[in-house]
Design a protein around this ligand. Structure first.
Ligand code: BGC
Length: 746
């Protein structure tokens, strides 16, 4: 303990209770007498949302201007840890320059359903990809001396009734999916704070859950920072403090302190709980003051931040389809280029709610294309953003622009009102007016290209036959317009990959019927089969699979080598990747593991590693990806820990979850976890028991010995509990024998 934390005991009880509560919307309390300064926490994950005056926390009121970086949906699609780290460092610099001590983010809840209104702010349907990229972003922010509050812990996968809904999920589902991303990011990047979510998990509010906030987070994962509530997520302050929630935000206007005082007086909580929370608040203050005293480069300025935002946007866009070499567009040669769609001129580049940034300067793709394209460029807005039906005059203008053009580039997407914090979406369709426009335009130009702007997935199957190429631009931040233009004209080859499956239709999604729940409860009935895990298990076609993304060059995979690390259940994968095309491009090598013969239900395959590399035409490079034990493990609920089951695993290497190029099988030692033996255990467990088995096989004689040993009969008899079999006529092992054997076992 050092600094302010060491001075904890010199504080009065009133001062301690004050420190456990916010001072206002964004600051912790200052205790002037003891020299404890206030520190400022501020949104958000993709750009600063500093509010210096008293204001709301839901993005309704404005905030200070700041660079808007690509939101998590786009950062995730880069599959590039370096990009995430660079965005984090730039965010950290922006925060430092504004005097913000802790950034409220990143948000890393899993994309359980594509309908979640906040998916733009989350990374992926896969916990490994989520944890890796969020970890890199946290690392980046904290490398600049600013803390992060990773959120929303945990299982906050929808906005509907987010402040009360109870998530019903079993231990494997929580551990292997919904907690796994947090665990990975927390263990690797050590965020200074964790923000607990509003919802309940199996009936218990996250803010009041000692299992979540103390046992899992601190005792198992070794988290040593502060737990802060989401804004307004504290229900019972006394229970929350006892569970491990240290700081209530925003200020409860004294209500929290009054509850704690009552609980202390009644002996329901002890002073030790107060001291523990206070120590963690003070330790955060210490971290902040220590970081401020370190000599660092001055924060990078706004223009440098915008360059980081631009570079991230370049890698975040995903080329879904590119037929007839529709892309890239030659900037100088050929007939007119028609740019159609209001989103080309008025970009949709970020989501809404607490992460909404008052951007510095928004680049439009239209302006950027005008700067890059040397041939005739026509523009027609085609539709009004938010329009409910087609506008005949706008459509006629767009038809005129497209007619006879060499290429028509149509910008389509979701209006801002369609997706936000606080509510979920009800469908995955693009607006009817935009689809009607696409149908009208299709075929008028020699080639038709669609560019999408949307934070959550949209269905593409109903309309993509009208487009030769589709570039999924997600929401790319304020510099995204320039990045899109550069990709369209081939200054760079697209290198984004899908961090979530695009299903053919919403109806295919595993959460149908269980989203957003009913009567206060949402049952995660699909268990482990979220996203590609579901589509794979059901052998379902999808519009575009997890991990998919094209570029302007091709890659070949050669010489897969997979080695087990001696003495460990870990594996090293090596593969050579060759750029077989004529342009520079980046490939994302993806490693999936399959456990074909598991004792428990496991997804067909799971992402266990990835690496992104840029290759010149003809260049080949060896890529090495290490898979630790966790890549092969499942959560065993009875022994309450991760278990690698011994046996064969298939290691698959490819370009996407559905484009596996090479595979190899490894055999791991693992372990065999047997539940404790009791009289009610199946007779087969007794028969085959590693210690007692030989004795049991001596004591069981005659007919039953044959039935338990014979491969044809054993499947019928081995499942019968021993206690039942003991009563069968002629069974030679008695209950006393069994009890004696158990006693021998201890
Ligand atoms: C959101 C958080 C945000 C906080 C402060 C809450 O409503 O869920 O993500 O950090 O407000 O704005």
């Amino acid at each position: 303990m050092s600094g302010h934390a060491a001075g904890r005991d010199r504080l009065s009880l009133d001062e301690k209770l004050e420190l456990l509560d916010g001072a206002d919307l964004w600051h912790t309390a200052a205790i002037a007498r003891a020299g404890v300064p206030a520190i400022m926490l501020s949104d958000g994950p993709h750009g600063l949302r500093v509010q210096f005056d008293e204001a709301d926390h839901l993005g309704v009121e404005g905030s200070e201007p700041a660079v808007c970086f690509p939101p998590a949906v786009a950062v995730a699609s880069t599959w590039n840890r370096d990009v995430a780290r660079a965005v984090g460092a730039a965010l950290g610099d922006a925060a430092r320059a504004a005097g913000v001590a802790v950034l409220l983010g990143p948000g890393i809840n899993l994309k359980r359903s594509p309908l979640c209104g906040r998916n733009f702010e989350y990374y992926s349907e896969d916990p490994l990809l989520t944890g890796e990229l969020a970890g890199a972003l946290i690392d980046g922010v904290q490398s600049r001396g600013v803390g992060t509050a990773i959120k929303h812990f945990a299982a906050n996968n929808q906005e509907t009734e987010r402040m009360s809904i109870s998530v019903e999920a079993d231990a494997r589902t929580l551990r292997e999916l919904y907690l796994a991303g947090f665990e990975r990011a927390i263990r690797s990047a050590r965020p200074w704070a964790v923000m607990c979510s509003y919802n309940r998990i199996n009936g218990v509010f996250a803010s009041e859950d000692p299992w979540l906030l103390t046992r899992v987070l601190r005792d198992e994962w070794g988290f040593d920072g502060l737990v802060v509530s989401d804004w307004g997520a504290v229900y019972r302050r006394d229970r929350a403090l006892a569970a491990g929630l240290d700081l209530e935000m925003p200020s409860s206007s004294g209500a929290g302190a009054a509850t704690l005082r009552r609980a202390l007086d009644a002996g329901e909580i002890g002073l030790d709980a107060v001291d523990r929370g206070v120590e963690r608040v003070l330790r955060l203050v210490d971290r902040v003051t220590d970081a401020a005293s370190v000599d660092r480069e001055p924060p990078i300025g706004v223009e440098a931040q915008r360059r980081v935002a631009h570079d991230a946007a370049l890698e975040g866009a995903v080329l879904l389809k590119n037929e007839r070499s529709a892309l890239p567009i030659d900037p100088d040669q050929g007939g007119p280029v028609a740019v159609i769609g209001e989103f080309a001129r008025t970009p949709r580049y970020q989501g809404a709610g607490s992460s909404q940034v008052a951007s510095i300067r928004v680049d439009s793709a239209l302006d950027a294309l005008r700067g890059l394209v040397g041939r005739e460029l026509r523009f027609a807005p085609g539709y009004g953003i938010g329009a409910t039906g087609p506008d005949d005059a706008l459509v006629a203008e767009a038809v005129e622009a497209a007619t006879g053009a060499d290429v028509a580039v149509l910008f389509l997407g979701l209006p801002p009102d369609d997706e936000s914090e606080s509510f979920d979406r009800s469908h995955l369709r693009l607006p009817d007016a935009q689809l009607a426009l696409l149908e009208r335009i299709a075929g008028l130009a020699a080639r038709t290209v669609v560019v999408l702007s949307n934070g959550g997935v949209v269905e593409v199957e109903p309309w993509q036959r009208h487009a030769d190429a589709v570039l999924e631009g997600w929401l790319l931040g304020e510099a995204g317009g320039g990045a899109l233009a550069e990709l369209l004209v081939g200054v760079h080859s697209p290198s984004g990959r899908l961090a979530e499956t695009i299903p053919i239709a919403l109806a295919d999604n595993p959460t149908v019927g269980n989203f957003p729940g009913e009567l206060g409860t949402v049952r995660y009935g699909e268990r482990l089969l979220v996203g590609y895990r579901w589509y794979d298990a059901h052998r379902m076609p999808v519009a575009y699979p997890f991990g998919h993304g094209l570029g302007y060059t091709d890659f070949a995979y050669e010489d897969l080598a997979v080695h087990v690390v001696p003495g460990e259940d870990a594996v090293v994968v090596a593969v050579t990747v060759r750029n077989t095309g004529e342009r520079v491009g980046s490939e994302v090598v993806q490693v999936y593991v399959s456990d074909p013969d598991a004792a428990v239900a496991r997804p067909d395959q799971e992402l266990t590693g990835f690496a992104k590399l840029e290759l010149a035409p003809g260049e080949a490079r060896r890529v090495r990806i290490e898979l630790d034990e966790r890549a092969f493990a499942y959560w065993h609920p009875s022994v309450d820990r991760w278990v690698v089951e011994g046996g064969a695993f298939e290691v698959r290497v490819g370009r996407s979850s559905r484009d596996i190029r090479l595979a190899s099988t490894v055999s791991l030692e693992g372990e065999r976890v047997s539940p404790p033996l009791t009289l009610d255990s199946p007779a087969g467990d007794w028969w085959q028991h590693p210690v007692l088995g030989p004795r049991v096989r001596e004591l069981v004689t005659g007919r039953y010995a044959r039935l338990l040993a014979d491969p044809a009969e054993a499947p019928l008899f081995r499942p019968i509990p021993l206690a039942r079999m003991i009563r069968f006529p002629g069974f030679s092992l008695s209950e006393d024998d069994a009890r004696a054997l158990l006693a021998e076992l201890g």
